[in-house]
Design a protein around this ligand. Structure first.
Ligand code: PLP
Length: 435
């Protein structure tokens, strides 16, 4: 490989380490990536929690190719193209029934910032302008834009960027290894962590709070599964105090937990819901915010020639993204992928939890086709043990992801038992070696 790697400043990457020993992907099909050495790498993380239908799916590829030649771009402000309406209609067949309006963005981060703006503007438009405060959660990840890092709770993503948004506070996180380590599925203990919201309400007063945003399953902070009853309790408290509940379903959307959305898996419906990633199977960037009729209708007042919600992106509802999304939804439907995690989760959980007792493994967490294996950090070098494991798995032909000292797994939903066996065997060997 003689390519010059200097010019490209890589995102969320240890640039210097990478450029000394690059990991370059050159092709992908189904569950498998190919690298520049011609090796086959099993995709244990659906690219980056997005390629839910696996790679190189014909209906998606053909839809994008067709669309590029037909209509490459249509301005989204005061104009549209037919497919964006078709996509919105198809999507609201999958969401909880009350979330029947769709606003398009280009990424999860943009979806999050859009939802936060919608929440604040909603209260103002309906005459309750003091509700501007946003409540996130410790260890939350909501992308990297200023709204998202403000409500997010990962210090490494926040500390370099100044004061961020004002008027933000955070619920406590729900990670409780003393009571819940090695829970299979939802942990039994911790519904009461939601009562932290009552504390923040007592501190700030409900009349100042616009919305609470949480990931139903926190992914980027190391796979934290909501304790039984936690999301229900959060919903109750929000309802009691007129606070909007936002679910950030950027990773949980599109079948990851066994239903189209985690809202359905956990039986709790938010007022606003973000999505991205699996929306287009990762093939073309796209995000979305789903809103209730009531939120939407609140904006639909005033002179009809005026813009009701002054927000949007040049590429909102881009024709190529819409084509990719429709091809993706067809693929999901043809193959029953949005509920396939319910079939595979038992075998996946068994494999994952068989790693209990291996060196350094201090917790294992799972739901649907999401898995987390937490390791004890190397003394004084947090994250290094898991990163070394990532490098070893890469050499052994398995792509995993690590965050802190947790290994995260989120394979494509087309996964077969033999792939699960391969993932677990590779991880087992790497863990034994790391001892
Ligand atoms: C819960 C959640 N929200 C938002 C984002 C940001 O999405 P994007 O990277 O598409 O901006 C992510 C990305 O992993 C995520 O996990």
């Amino acid at each position: 490989m003689t390519q010059n790697l200097d010019a490209y400043w890589m995102p969320f990457t240890a640039n210097r380490q990478f450029k000394q020993a690059p990991r370059l992907l050159t092709g992908a099909d189904g569950m498998i990536f190919t690298d520049d050495r011609g090796r086959q790498i099993l995709d244990g993380i659906a690219g980056l929690w997005c390629v839910n239908a696996g790679h190189n799916r014909p209906k998606i590829v053909e839809a994008i190719q067709r669309q590029a030649a037909l209509l490459d771009f249509a301005p989204p402000f005061q104009m549209a193209h037919p497919m964006v309406f078709e996509l919105a209609n198809r999507l609201i067949e999958l969401t909880p029934a009350s979330l029947n309006k769709v606003f398009f963005t280009n990424s999860g981060s943009e979806a999050v910032d859009t939802a936060l703006k919608m929440a604040i503007a909603y209260h103002r438009v309906r005459g309750d302008a003091s509700r501007t405060r946003l409540i996130g959660r410790e260890r939350g990840y909501h992308g990297v834009n200023f709204g998202g890092i403000s409500v997010g709770g990962i210090v490494g993503n926040r500390k370099l960027f100044g004061p961020m948004l004002g008027g933000v506070d955070h619920l406590c996180h729900t990670h409780d290894p003393a009571r819940n380590a090695f829970s299979v599925g939802q942990p039994l203990h911790g519904a009461e962590f939601a009562n932290d919201l009552e504390k923040l309400i007592a501190l700030h007063d409900a009349s100042t709070i616009a919305a609470v945003i949480v990931e139903p399953v926190a992914g980027s902070t190391g796979v934290l599964i909501p304790p039984l009853g936690y999301l229900q309790r959060l919903r109750e408290i929000c309802d009691k105090h007129g606070i909007l509940l936002i679910f950030d379903e950027v990773i949980t959307g599109f079948g990851r937990t066994g239903q189209p959305f985690a809202a359905q898996t956990f039986g709790v419906t938010p007022d606003l819901m973000t999505a991205a990633k699996g929306l287009t199977n990762g093939c073309v960037p796209m995000g979305a915010v789903f809103a209730t009729q009531a939120i939407h209708d609140t904006f639909m007042t005033g002179p009809e020639h005026l813009i009701e919600f002054p927000h949007g992106y040049t590429y909102s509802g881009h024709p190529l993204a819409c084509a990719a999304a429709l091809g993706t939804l067809d693929t999901y439907a043809d193959e029953g992928l949005l509920t396939r995690a319910t079939e595979m989760q038992g075998y996946f959980a068994e494999g994952l939890h068989s790693l209990k007792g291996l060196p350094h493994v201090i917790d294992i967490r799972n739901i649907g086709l999401i898995g987390g294996v937490e390791l004890t950090p190397l003394p004084g070098e947090p994250g290094k043990r898991a990163f070394s494991l990532f490098l070893d798995c890469w050499e052994q032909g398995l792509l995993i992801r690590t965050t802190g000292d947790t290994v995260a797994l989120s394979p494509p939903l087309i996964i077969e038992r033999s792939h699960i066996d391969q993932m677990i065997d590779t991880l087992r060997k790497a863990l034994v070696k790391a001892a």
